[in-house]
Design a protein around this ligand. Structure first.
Ligand SMILES: [Zn+2]
Ligand SMILES: [Zn+2]
Length: 354
């Protein structure tokens, strides 16, 4: 990557540095350093995979050299993790070998960092069951489980110094807002009029959703509520910096566009389920060309939409009686009869945007 470090100034003069990092072979993103008063906080630390650690360090070097900002490892006061996905925290061991900054994370993602091995094993079991119920063959399931676990054994548990709740959801002029959905303990971090949005809001894509059955406090319902929460913050925000893709200037517009993606996807799922289908078949209908790791992402995305609709009474399970037997059962969901629900009701708008 040759983009280099960008510097942004908040309305009140906080300095936010942002630089690109290669996270995994198909995924790049950004690290951020926020300097405000006596706080020098690194927000997310890359994946720890491949060149990610080196690029994290190079960014700090460039900030020192090009902007004469104290940004050596020892100058850092805090490491703030936006959410417990490995492309955002995987570099923690590398970072903690080099500095003494206090590590913070939201309490609902705490155990991902401090009890990593236990959590990985439990979520893998939930995923295994989900893939069985989604109607995959044993071979397909084994292939996707192997993709899920690939690279995840590179990380092991680390010590965390504080949770955002224990700090009153703020750190000096940095304010954290809990926005569960994409991840249970996801926070966005606001400094003056600049918002670091992690993966809650992204410029080019709608952030990935997985069914809540895999991990409590994820799921499309929580995510849509968190979008609404962000809409309340939006009038104070003039620049949003996500963990991937370009900066966002029109936050309200971006929130509306992401909601529209989900509204259309929910509508497409209802159309597909005029006849009973498995989540695997729904995923194929929504994302026919997904392959490799994207096949797993497509299944989770489809699963989150089916779960949302089923929980709200739009869908039933046509063959639920088969669950009375032992062994794996592929569940077939079907749209329930009666008056067709009006689509705007699928995503309730609880408050008007101000
Ligand atoms: Zn994420
Ligand atoms: Zn990410």
């Amino acid at each position: 990557m040759s983009e280099g470090v960008q510097r942004y100034l908040s309305r009140e003069g906080a300095r936010i540095y942002r630089w690109p990092i290669d996270l995994f072979p198909d995924l790049s993103g950004y690290a951020h350093l926020v300097v405000v008063d006596d706080i020098r906080a690194l927000v997310d630390v890359g994946s720890g995979f491949g060149d990610s650690n080196d690029q994290l360090e190079q960014g700090l070097n460039e900030i020192r050299q090009s902007y004469t900002e104290p940004a050596a490892w020892d100058d850092l006061t805090h490491i703030l993790i936006t959410h417990g996905h490995i492309d955002h925290f995987g570099g923690l061991q590398f970072v903690l070998e080099r500095c003494h900054a206090a590590v913070g994370v939201h309490e609902l993602d705490l155990r991902v960092l401090t009890n990593y091995e236990e959590r990985l094993t439990i979520v893998a079991r939930r995923l295994h069951e989900f893939l069985d119920e989604s109607g995959l063959t044993v071979e397909e399931r084994s292939r996707l489980m192997a993709l899920y676990l690939l690279n995840k054994h590179l990380f092991s548990s680390v010590h965390v110094d504080f949770t955002y709740s224990s700090a009153g959801m703020e750190l000096g002029r940095l304010k954290m807002t809990h926005v569960p959905g994409h991840c249970p303990g996801h926070v966005v971090i606001q400094v003056d009029d600049v918002l670091l949005s992690g993966d809650h809001i992204l410029a080019r894509i709608s952030p990935h959703q997985a069914p809540e059955r895999l991990s409590l406090y994820t799921g499309l319902g929580h995510y849509l509520e968190s979008l609404e929460l962000l809409r309340q913050l939006a009038p104070e925000v003039s620049l949003t910096l996500g963990g991937h893709y370009a900066p966002i200037e029109d936050l309200v517009g971006r929130i509306g566009a992401i909601e529209e993606v989900h509204r259309q996807r929910l509508s497409a799922v209802l159309d597909l389920l005029q006849t009973p289908r498995t989540i695997g078949e729904v995923a194929h209908g929504l994302f026919p060309s997904a392959s490799g790791y994207h096949e797993l992402l497509a299944l989770e995305e489809a699963g989150s939409h089916v779960e949302y609709l089923a929980q709200r009474g739009y869908l039933g399970v046509a063959n639920y009686r088969e669950l009375e037997r032992d062994g794996p059962v592929a569940l077939r969901y079907v749209r329930l009869g009666g008056a067709s629900p009006s689509l705007p009701r699928l995503i309730p708008r609880r408050r008007e945007a101000s």
